[in-house]
Design a protein around this ligand. Structure first.
Ligand code: NI
Length: 155
């Protein structure tokens, strides 16, 4: 296992749309382990491959219920709404209220190449949305402006 360097805001890799993973290799499995190690070391609950400089569609998540590795994850259902404080290991020290769907179902492959569907609520749903955003070059602060505008429209 090895700790990876976490890329911070300003590096173009965070703004790139990550490539789909077509083959689950030994290299990918090692990367997943190292990403989990790096996430735990940084006290994070999620980490996406672009955050360690790898523009490929894999994320790791652990909201306290054990590690999850999701390959080519996609949100296939979302419902409800919850506003809560969010942060990101790539934007150290920055925390903002962000509105996200409350319950989200994700379809992905696991490290065995098996298709999995996972439904999460609250923090887990938030982590799914935040980490999948990373694979599309989106950072959580991108959600700020439209949401503040929305608040002004509905005082
Ligand atoms: Ni993040």
């Amino acid at each position: 296992m090895a700790l990876l360097k976490i890329i911070t805001e300003g590096d173009p890799v965070l703004r790139r749309k990550a490539r789909p993973i077509t083959k689950i290799t030994k290299r990918l499995k090692v990367l997943a382990k190292n990403m989990l190690e790096t996430m735990y070391h940084a006290n994070g609950v999620g980490l996406a491959a672009p955050q360690v400089g790898i523009s490929e569609r894999m994320v790791v998540i652990d909201v306290g219920k054990g590690p999850l590795v999701l390959i080519n994850p996609e949100i296939i259902a979302a419902e409800g709404e919850e506003r809560d404080v969010e942060g990101c290991l790539s934007l150290p020290g920055r925390n903002e209220y962000i509105t996200r769907a409350y319950r989200v179902t994700v379809s992905a492959l696991d490290l065995n190449g098996d298709k999995i569907n996972l439904t999460g609520e609250g923090l887990l749903a938030r982590a799914f949305q935040h980490e999948i955003d990373h694979l599309n070059g989106i950072l959580f602060i991108d959600h700020l402006d439209s949401q503040k505008q929305g608040q002004n429209d509905n005082p």
